[in-house]
Design a protein around this ligand. Structure first.
Ligand SMILES: Cc1cc2nc3c(=O)[nH]c(=O)nc-3n(C[C@H](O)[C@H](O)[C@H](O)COP(=O)(O)O)c2cc1C
Length: 225
């Protein structure tokens, strides 16, 4: 009888441990199955996100204040207004190109000087410099339309840095809603990829900035998703 009891106990223990063992194995399988299905996703997402985050952007612009045709005196230039909307949207810093010799506040004087600079293919000097330019992959570049071309100081800018491998996304303000400058930028910023630009009517930046912000946001959505 004693022998029978100890045999029954031994069998009961065996059944118990076998059951525990198989359930432990199941839970192990489940964990490893869960980790294989989730691990690669997490990894891919992290890689994609960090690649995006690693792309560093800077919004560079030249813009004038003072007397503005059919608007009056302006304290923040039209292109400057667009630049700030872009910077806000993409979370980038801005850099304002400042001339060593500021352009006249008087509109007519400025147009005459700009015409002369264009005829002479001048390279007006820039007073400030971008720190760690090499760190940036994407440069948003903004300027006003001056005599159907970019202001000559933009050419000075393009010749001052190495754009090889960078992406330039141009934008421009003018008397109407059109864009100029892509071909010229491509020609001077050697090795850069230049995207199609945005053209905004300058007057609208002062009169209706909310509509400009909407256009900027829609344009950036098309480019950056
Ligand atoms: C020197 C000068 C030349 C200009 N030439 C043109 C032009 O050829 N075509 C045009 O549509 N607007 C022209 N404009 C108007 C400017 O492009 C427009 O007002 C622009 O929004 C000014 O931008 P800002 O305030 O950022 O300097 C000219 C303005 C200036 C001061």
């Amino acid at each position: 009888m004693k022998k029978f009891l100890s045999l029954t106990l031994a069998m009961a223990l065996m059944i118990f441990f076998t059951a525990c063992g198989s359930s432990a194995q199941n839970s192990e399988n489940k964990t490893s199955a869960q980790s294989t299905s989730s691990a690669p996703n997490t990894e891919n997402k992290t890689t994609a996100e960090s690649a995006d985050a690693a792309k560093k952007s800077l919004v560079v612009f030249f813009s004038r204040t003072g007397e503005e045709y059919r608007v009056g005196n302006i304290t923040k230039g039209n292109t400057h207004i667009v630049a700030d909307f872009i910077a806000e949207n993409v979370g980038a810093k801005t850099f304002e190109i400042k001339p060593v010799n500021p352009y006249p506040d008087n509109y007519n004087e400025c147009t005459e000087l700009a015409k002369r600079e264009q005829q002479e293919k001048a390279r007006p000097s820039i007073a400030n410099k971008i720190d760690n330019f090499d760190d940036y992959d994407v440069i948003y570049l903004g300027y006003p339309n001056w005599w159907s071309d970019m202001p000559m100081i933009i050419y000075t800018f393009l010749e001052s840095y190495n754009f090889n491998g960078k992406t330039i996304i141009p934008f421009c303000t003018s008397s109407s809603e059109y864009f100029i400058g892509k071909e010229e930028i491509q020609q001077y910023a050697k090795g850069a990829t230049v995207l199609d630009g945005l053209g905004i009517q300058g007057k609208r930046c002062q009169d209706d900035p909310a509509s400009v912000k909407r256009d900027v946001d829609n344009w950036l959505k098309k480019i950056n998703g």
